[in-house]
Design a protein around this ligand. Structure first.
Ligand code: NAP
Length: 242
């Protein structure tokens, strides 16, 4: 079985790749820039005795996704699980946000989910099986100051997930999303201590999440135990919204 995880050179994607490898999946590790980290993730995944390779492709680019999926399927066989995890944030208040800042985040976070799903869904439909797991965010559910671009893409993922779930459910394919809260990765590391403290004060469990917390949720959604769950967005946030 093969799982393709976008943005798996670092952070949450890397933890997801390791979790799938640990469970016996061959893994395709996509990255955009961090070649060394991506190859390192592949090496660590390979230590679980599975096939694991790194694939460079900008998921904002439809043709690059097409080429990557063709290469992955040549190397590892059909993609049975696609995890659309790659994402970026370029935060700014709307009154200062440039078109470029909005568009870049839109292409990387939302258009990418179409770009990738469009490549793998036809094969999944033919085989009558498959799992798609999209990484949204609590920002897409509740909003966040300075993140109109980011939150819009993450809310878009929720709508995309529900719609695609309806389109492909009869073919045995499930499509779900995960909405992480504040997870310790490079993305959150660059926030100021003040912002981190405000975020921590809102978390019911009183601590930031780890990339592994999201990886375990992704593994569950890919497992047989989740075969009757589709179109769902699973919040994994330590209770940030309570
Ligand atoms: P991260 O540590 O910044 O890692 C981002 C990953 O995405 C990297 O592997 C990066 O590849 C890849 N990537 C970015 N743009 C790409 C592109 N155009 N094409 C291919 N790969 C690309 O981020 P993270 O915190 O792990 O976040 C992972 C996902 O979780 C994102 O969708 C993020 O929005 C979401 N999320 C994170 C949090 C959080 O608190 N951390 C909360 C909610 C949701 P390179 O290394 O090659 O650049």
């Amino acid at each position: 079985m093969t799982a393709l995880i976008t943005g798996a050179s670092r952070g949450i994607g890397r933890a997801i790749a390791l979790e799938f490898a640990k469970s016996g999946y061959n893994v395709a590790i996509n990255y955009a820039n961090s070649e060394v980290s991506a190859k390192d993730t592949a090496k660590e995944c390979g230590e679980f005795g599975v096939l694991a390779f790194a694939y460079k492709a900008d998921v904002s680019d439809f043709d690059a996704c097409k080429e990557m999926v063709a290469k992955v399927e040549q190397d590892l066989g059909p993609v049975e699980v696609l995890v659309n995890n790659a994402g970026i944030n370029i935060d700014n208040l709307l009154i200062r946000m440039s078109q470029e800042q909005f568009d870049k985040v839109y292409f990387a976070n939302l258009k990418s989910v179409y770009n990738m799903s469009r490549q793998v869904v036809p094969g999944m439909m033919k085989r009558r099986r498959g799992r798609i797991i999209n990484i949204s965010s609590v920002a897409g559910l509740y909003g966040n100051v300075g993140q109109t671009n980011y939150a819009a893409t993450k809310a878009g993922i929720v709508g995309f997930t529900k719609s695609l779930a309806k389109e492909v459910g009869a073919r045995g394919i499930t499509v779900n999303a995960i909405a992480p809260g504040f997870i310790e990765t490079d993305m959150t590391d660059r926030l100021s201590d003040n912002i981190k403290e405000i975020a921590r004060s809102k978390i019911t469990l009183g601590r930031f999440g780890k990339a592994e917390d999201i990886a375990k949720a992704a593994m569950f959604l890919a497992s047989d135990g989740a075969s009757y769950i589709t179109g769902h967005t699973l919040e994994v946030s330590g209770g940030i919204s309570l």
